[in-house]
Ligand binder design. Structure first.
Ligand code: 13P
Ligand code: SF4
Length: 290
């Protein structure tokens, strides 16, 4: 089964059996009968699939497809952060390594973070990592105070507020859709905030005919395919750079997918005890967001 995240290049999305956001892809990985999963996304996503489905062969087109959030949250530093707050419940965004998941009480994705945090006991303080922008948004939506790990996504931090304001001036009727990994000053200018799947659903359900999209532009491929009558604008980084494309996601190419299928490599491997420790908070997430 070929799974693809919405941030993959259009050609990969076009050959995938299933395209989704992080939560939907985890569910697919957990539920499929296929013996081999080619996970077209970044490492933590394929690793989550392996944690959920250890008997399956889980391949990733490029093993170096990391994530700035996961890379900037080393397990030992996270353990020290937790040790400073021993009475806290640890909620970790799925964009982290298995070693960080293994230390967490609960995993969340951008699509269920608010709902999950709201379900946590009101008398327990909460640690949230590794994305401080998502954490601040969850805080504002859930009414719970979170102690935040100071990480961020290099892609969602590049969007230029000036370019966004310029697009809003040029297209005053356009609805602004934003991923919660964006910085607060950009989220303040958004009409709708949600995960990649939520943004796609919103663009279909909204009466607006044009949208300014503050997330990785891979999602525009699906938006344009599914809604050919609507117009979508991507927001560039400062100086008009194309740094809004995730450099990790874009390491995967159609050629590398083909290579995976031919050679059944590179495969994700995990030490069993680490897998079991990381599995518990993921299963809790799936149960709580069923
Ligand atoms: P989603 O939860 O929308 O899949 O987001 C994943 C991600 O990596 C965003 O940068
Ligand atoms: Fe990680 Fe950001 Fe790329 Fe998502 S867009 S995979 S959070 S670096």
């Amino acid at each position: 089964m070929i799974l693809a995240h919405y941030y993959q290049e259009g050609a990969i999305q076009d050959i995938a059996d299933f395209i989704g956001d992080s939560l939907e892809l985890s569910r697919q990985a957990a539920g499929t009968d296929a013996e081999v999963i080619v996970f077209c996304g970044v490492h933590f996503m394929a690793e989550t699939a392996k944690i959920l489905s250890p008997a399956k062969t889980v391949l990733i087109p490029d093993l170096d497809a990391g994530c700035s959030l996961a890379d900037a949250c080393p397990a030992d530093a996270f353990a020290a952060f937790r040790a400073e707050h021993p009475d806290h419940i640890t909620v970790s965004y799925i964009n982290c390594s298995a070693a960080v998941k293994a230390q967490s009480d609960l995993i969340c994705t951008s699509s269920n973070a608010v709902a999950l945090v709201k379900q946590l006991p009101a008398d327990r303080p909460i640690l949230f990592g590794p994305d401080q922008n998502l954490g601040r948004w969850v805080q504002s939506q859930s009414g719970r105070e979170l102690t935040l790990w100071p990480g961020s996504c290099i892609v969602h931090e590049t969007f230029s507020e000036q370019a966004l304001l310029q697009l809003k001036l040029e297209h005053p009727q356009a609805e602004v859709l934003a991923h919660p990994e964006c910085q607060q000053h950009l989220l303040d200018l958004a009409d709708f905030i949600g995960s990649t799947s939520a943004l796609l659903r919103r663009s279909g359900a909204s009466s607006a005919s044009s949208f300014i999209v503050l997330t990785e532009p891979g999602i525009l491929h699906q938006m344009r395919l599914q809604l050919p009558g609507k117009t979508f604008f991507e927001v560039p980084g400062a100086d008009g750079c194309s740094c809004n494309a995730c450099p990790y996601m874009r390491l995967n190419t159609l050629e590398k997918v083909w290579h995976c299928l031919e050679t059944l490599s590179p495969a994700i491997e995990l030490e069993e005890q680490l897998r079991l420790n990381a599995l518990a908070p993921i299963q809790k997430m799936l149960a709580m967001s069923a």
